[in-house]
Each structure stands twice: as structure tokens, then as C-alpha cells.
Write a protein that binds this ligand. Structure first.
Ligand SMILES: C[S@@+](CC[C@H](N)C(=O)[O-])C[C@H]1O[C@@H](n2cnc3c(N)ncnc32)[C@H](O)[C@@H]1O
Length: 226
């Protein structure tokens, strides 16, 4: 992406952290059920591989009790207030399969190369300042043959929805996300990276404006599609 386009697109980390400090007390009420189908679908996709699962942008930890006990879970998030809720949930549900929860920036993960079998990011990739660098980091901490599972709103390519998303974008920045982020941007990242492939992209509710996306790290076997 050209420098100018990236500047225009910038979403800074402090704005996002402040936005989620405000969301934390009401997050589960507002986004708990509306995003539930996507969360469950991404967990099912992650469990096709299973093992060491990293949830980036784990938020209040809504998905943590939904994973099978056989998986080892690690969660990270930029927002300490969101993460405090996740820690309370882990204690409340006695989730002994959660190895750790830590405040961490998705773009600078404090894990070794190849440390995880799956990286899951639910409703996160359009909220990070540099989505491409963040995806590069996901690949780094993934073992060959492992998968990145994203579920996210994707912007419309054309038409009225695209125009509304462009119009809404400046306000949405202050709420901590990019409504106009399109699939083609992820396709460009895959082409530029060279070490990953798209395994699946499928529409998700609400309204089919969301997608479940699976990227596979090249160099190993992938779970079958579908
Ligand atoms: C829309 S919430 C999704 C939370 C959770 N995954 C869910 O499904 O409910 C986005 C989360 O991403 C986190 N986030 C945003 N930017 C981040 C970054 N650079 N590094 C880590 N987490 C980030 C936010 O703090 C927030 O908790």
C-alpha cells in the first residue's frame, strides 16, 4: 500500500485502547449475542486443528469457555480493562485449559516462532493500526501447516453499503474500527507474503456482512476445507 493511503487509513493504538476501555463495562451486553455465531464458527474451525490456540484480541474472553478442554488456550489483548473481564471469566468457569492471558499488542507478540497450532482473531483485524504487519506476526508465531482463523466485518466493494461505510469511517475510527476494510486488502497481503494461502472464506451473520476466513501457513498439512 502506498504511504499516503496508509496514513489516511491510520488507526492509532491509543485511540483503540481508549475506545475499548469505554466498551469494557458494556461489551458483553452489546456484542455478546450479536457476534455469537461468528465466534462459534471460528472456534469450530480452530478445533479442526486444535492443540495450542492463541486468541488475539481475546477481549472479555466470551469465547474461552466454548473451547474443548483438550485445547491449550492463550489470550492476549491491548486493553487491560477488557482483559480483566476475561480473567474473571476464566476464574468463574475454572478454565484450567487457559495457560495465560496477557496485555499485548497483536503486532508485537511475545511468543517464539511457531509456538502455536492456530491463531484466532475474532473481530480484531480491522481494529489494529497495521493489519498487514499484524498478520505477518500471526504467521511468525504459527507452526508450518497451522491456520489463522479470522472472523470479521468486511467492507462492501461497491454500491450503497460501500458509500455508507466510507461516510461512517471517520467516526468509526474513534470507536476503534474500520468499516470500509475490504477483502481485496487481505488478498493483496496473501500475494505479498508468499508463505500463506487462503483455505476458506465464508459469509457470516449478522446480514452476511461478516466473513469467516482461514489462512494456512505453507509448509505443512492443512485440515480439509468445508
Ligand atoms: C471487537 S473486540 C473483539 C473481542 C473478542 N474477540 C470478541 O469476539 O468478543 C476487539 C478486541 O481487539 C482488541 N485489540 C484491538 N487492537 C489490538 C491490538 N493492536 N492488539 C491486541 N488487541 C487489540 C481490543 O482491545 C478488543 O478487545
Amino acid at each position: 500500500m502506498a504511504g499516503q493511503e496508509r496514513d489516511k487509513d491510520e488507526l492509532d493504538k491509543d485511540t483503540v485502547a481508549k475506545a475499548y476501555a469505554r466498551w469494557a463495562p458494556v461489551y458483553d451486553l452489546v456484542f455478546g449475542s450479536v457476534f455469537e455465531r461468528g465466534r462459534k464458527a471460528s472456534i469450530a474451525a480452530a478445533e479442526r486443528i486444535g492443540g495450542r490456540i492463541l486468541e488475539v484480541g481475546v477481549g472479555t474472553g466470551l469465547s474461552l469457555p466454548e473451547y474443548r478442554w483438550t485445547n491449550r488456550l492463550t489470550g492476549v489483548d491491548l486493553s487491560a480493562p477488557m482483559l480483566r473481564k476475561a480473567k474473571a471469566r476464566v476464574a468463574e468457569h475454572r478454565l484450567t485449559n487457559v495457560d495465560g492471558l496477557a496485555v499485548m499488542d497483536a503486532q508485537h507478540l511475545g511468543f517464539q516462532d511457531g509456538a502455536f497450532d492456530v491463531v484466532v482473531a475474532q473481530y480484531v483485524i480491522t481494529a489494529v493500526p497495521d493489519p498487514e504487519a499484524t498478520l505477518n506476526e500471526f504467521v511468525r508465531v504459527l507452526r508450518p501447516g497451522g491456520e489463522i482463523i479470522l472472523v470479521n466485518h468486511l467492507g462492501a466493494e461497491t454500491g450503497l453499503r460501500a458509500a455508507i461505510e466510507q461516510w461512517f469511517a471517520p467516526l468509526a475510527r474513534r470507536l476503534g474500527w474500520r468499516p470500509e476494510f475490504r477483502w481485496e486488502r487481505l488478498e493483496r497481503w496473501v500475494a505479498a507474503h508468499g508463505g500463506v494461502k487462503v483455505i476458506e472464506r465464508r459469509p457470516m451473520p449478522p446480514l452476511g456482512h461478516f466473513s469467516l476466513i482461514r489462512f494456512g501457513r505453507l509448509g505443512g498439512e492443512f485440515a480439509a476445507a468445508g
